[in-house]
Design a protein around this ligand. Sequence first.
Ligand code: AMP
Length: 540
Amino acid sequence: MPSPTGREKPILGIDLGTTNTCVAHVRNRIPRVVPTDKGSLILPSVVALSEKGDLLVGAVARDQMVVNPQNTIYGAKRLIGRKFNSRVVQELRSYYAYEIVEGPQGEAAVRLGGKIFSLPEISGMVLGHLKTMAQTFLARPITEAVISVPAYYNDNQRQAVKEAGRLAGFEVKRIVNEPTAAALAYGFNRGLDQRILVYDLGGGTFDVSVLQLSGNVFEVLATGGDTFLGGVDFDNRIIDWVLDRFWQEHKVDLAESPIALQRIKNGAEAAKIDLTLIPNVTIDLPYIEERKGKPLDVRMPLSRSQLNELTADLVERTFAICDRVLEEKGLRPDQIDEVILVGGQSRMPLVQEKLLEHYGRRPRKGVHPDECVALGAALLADSLDQIDAVTLVDVLSMPIGIATPQGRVRRVLDKNLAIPGSRSFRLPPPREPGQPIEIDIFQGDSDRMVDNEFLGSIRLPAAATGRRIDFRLDEECLLKVSFDDPEQGMREVSFATRDTPESLRRAVADELARSRRTAEAAPGGDGRRGGGLLGWLRRG
Ligand code: AMP
């Protein structure tokens, strides 16, 4: 039990980011970030195997990325909890220098030094490093944590993050949505009565949530996002631009050299960050290639307005998502009292200008975009078993439903359903007489099965027809399904990343092939999603 001055055993609040991870704890009811062993407040979410075979985590892993890109795993947050065959993973395979392979359950996994690791294992190494760091800093053993995830993560991704926590030796007390944690860091114990919008543009994901704050009650009204939109997409626009210009000048494809590409990636990100502070920079990468014994350099001036042009549509996409989220609740931009910024990419001046234009107010200063999620997670952790605790009312960000024989998804749990929450229905008869009843569960915004993420299947004897089945979301937004099995009695199952049954795989593959044919037949359609580096590589 907590004492008035703090817990005997602190519970950590962890923001497991695409680029960086931040950890916080609460002492005397004040949340603080735990510094890394290098004195920094963030730990790069990078794991690597050095050329000598040492496992590296954090800044040391990131710092050797240029010379050892194939053995440096970054951006794991975009892969964790996803199927190897999913579109997202297939696209990321061309972006990432390391090898992404299929794991034993059909999930995405990575190869590091010839060995296959699951993504929970990789993220678990980052979390394990944080655990050691925090134990050293706080000089006591720590076994519990609250870990944040994007609001837009589906059930598989949430389960995989929980698994990463377990592998790091934590009892994961709660998975909390990042924007909700940020809102907590902003509003905890301030007695506010406000409607706020949390705009979270991180390294790999965009999340937006609208919350009503009433004292220490934090009610999420609506949420939305894109797990494929973040700082790396901004970097990729600059990378494309550099590759294109270099090709025009020298007819050399720098994308073919992993080391050159890694140097360009680093240069592009550094230029982008500098352009937040100054209006002009030069991307300067001497001796990037050699032609007939002569060195070729990248020396390209880039201005803030050029960067704005290269990335304007990405910023627009975030506002389209914000508008949709507000519309879902019948809210107008002028009904937002405060805008809270989260995520490093939200520092971009263009983002801030557009926010002012859109909401008629400057975003709230004083909430640190890199730290607020970890601080909020720590506050939640600290209040978990206290009487005057905070009350969080969160919502489901992506609907959950069951597949129909026509390849569509019938919604069971709707988007923005308050959690914990549940819905029951009666089991339908089997598709074929005498066969078992098959319930295939999917999550996603589309009505089409192929565009959704497969969560799991339940097979029940035909005798279960007409019996009740209950879909329940717990406070972590994890799905539990309970039903009355005529052979085994009442059962409850939850889902972790698992392989798709062969019959479903085939149905999905057929449907994908059909939609690809339709896209190719459409005027101007080339059947691909997005352009960017991937588009360039394909064009090249
Ligand atoms: P996060 O996932 O919140 O750690 O965000 C990391 C992303 O923020 C990376 O893509 C960084 O390049 C980007 N970032 C960090 N600082 C800045 C800055 N000052 N201006 C623009 N982008 C930034």
